[in-house]
Ligand binder design. Sequence first.
Ligand SMILES: Nc1nc2c(ncn2[C@@H]2O[C@H](COP(=O)(O)OP(=O)(O)OP(=O)(O)O)[C@@H](O)[C@H]2O)c(=O)[nH]1
Ligand SMILES: [Mg+2]
Length: 196
Amino acid sequence: MKFNIHNVSLTISAASSKQYPETDMPEIALAGRSNVGKSSFINTLLNRKNFARTSGRPGKTQLLNFFNIDDTLHFVDVPGYGYARVSKKEREKWGGMIEEYLTTRANLRAVVSLVDMRHEPSADDIQMYEFLKYYEIPVILVATKADKIPRSKWNKHESMIKRTLQFDSTDDFVIFSSFDKTGLDQAWQVIESFVD
Ligand SMILES: Nc1nc2c(ncn2[C@@H]2O[C@H](COP(=O)(O)OP(=O)(O)OP(=O)(O)O)[C@@H](O)[C@H]2O)c(=O)[nH]1
Ligand SMILES: [Mg+2]
């Protein structure tokens, strides 16, 4: 699929289930703390520079963005969690929006859960992983920004992340970088295995 993407477009930015697209197309959602690289991940997979919006300013993506990939699947870019400068009320609104999507959407095939490979997963990262496991939603764990760590330390960081998350070894784990495209082929392979 990755060699052959012709059309990508934003179907809708949705705040609630009433706005989700009416389609049977499978969906892969992206979750992760603000600024972890969700939009960059989508851009890298689509080989587009600036399709899903990326920015240095965290907390910008506030809605569920449904990106149509060749009428074959939707990537659903989910607003990042753990952004300190939002109010409690906004956080609750965010939580409700994500929870509604993740627990009710029949089209959802798997969630790409992104963590920053440099750091120990945060309490929010752990909570997200536990949430996905609890609802038996397939998880593709992506450890991103690998370009910021020397290769000799990748194993150590992978072990640290898996230990902290109490990672289920039946889930997929991908070391990734949007900067040098580490893990690009593996990421597509895993996603395709959930979409077919
Ligand atoms: N070095 C490095 N930087 C990255 C990588 N991926 C993303 N970044 C940078 O991290 C910042 C945030 O990336 P985004 O893709 O906008 O992050 P996001 O998760 O979509 O953020 P929100 O939409 O705010 O939740 C940007 O400055 C990116 O250039 C990566 O693999 N390596
Ligand atoms: Mg984003």
